[in-house]
Structure formats: C-alpha cells, structure tokens
Design a protein. Structure first.
Length: 148
C-alpha cells in the first residue's frame, strides 16, 4: 500500500450518499443509495486525485480496466439499454466515476438522471441482495474484495 492510498479518505458527500460495496485493486466501489437507478461509483483510492490525469500511468490503466470490467458486468447483469459512464466532479471534487445503468423506461430517459426524481433509499434486504449479486458478478478476472 503506497502513501497516497494510506492518506485516502472518501469525500463526506460520497460517504453520505452511497453504500460501500468493496475494493478493486485501485478503486473503491460504491452504490448510490437510490433505487431509481442501478448506479455505481468507482473512486480511486489515491489522496488528492481530482482528475484521471492526476493518477500515475499504471493507476490510469487500472482504473480504465476496473471501469470497463464493472460496466460490462453491470450491463449484462442489469440488462442495460445503455451504460452512462462519466467523471464530472462539479459538486464533489474527489475523482469518482459514475456507472449508471439506463433503460428507455427509467424516470429520466433519455436525459441525465441528476435532479429528475427524489432518491428512494435501499432497504437492508435490498442492499443484501445487491451485495450477493455483486459477489457472484465480481468473481472474475479483476480482484474484488467485498466490504464486510
């Protein structure tokens, strides 16, 4: 574990809005606490990173690999019509990458999801179900350690 990872702290807004699901080799995997959309977020565990270019070349490659792996598996698992993958950072400066499963019948289609409908939090049983689904999903070629 390098110094930047040791100093890593999840931004308070992400901690308040999300459920921690576990860690890939470079990124922490979060799930937005909103049942309206299958919405996951990767956060590189590197202190001070606000842009992808702030990461080392090796970390950049790892983040792209983890993001692609997550996107592909989410698209298959949730039968996505489209995957929206983006790093914005206008409200939360910490580098984080949204992975949102979209459907033609979702409440915001075809526009962006932000501010369209009030968030509906997950129940404990729903979180358990998602964790179980992800453990099966993430048992592939990219190391993933589930949150306990």
């Amino acid at each position: 574990m390098d110094e930047l990872e040791l100093e890593f702290e999840l931004h308070p807004q992400l901690a308040a809005d999300c459920i921690v699901l576990g860690d890939f080799p470079v990124c922490r995997l979060l799930m937005m606490n909103d049942t309206n959309f299958p919405w996951f977020i990767l956060v590189p565990r590197r202190a001070g990173a606000t842009e992808i270019y702030h990461l080392s070349e090796d970390d950049q490659c790892a983040v792209i690999k983890e993001s692609s792996y997550l996107s592909s598996n989410l698209a298959d698992t949730f039968a996505a019509r489209k995957m929206n993958v983006a790093s914005l950072g206008n409200m939360v400066p910490q580098l984080h990458i949204h992975h949102i499963v979209r459907y033609e019948n979702d409440p915001a289609w075809p526009g962006p999801i932000w501010g369209k409908v009030p968030a509906v939090p997950f129940t404990e049983d729903q979180v358990h179900d998602v964790r179980h689904k992800l453990e099966a999903l993430m048992s592939g070629e990219v190391d993933f350690v589930p949150e306990q």
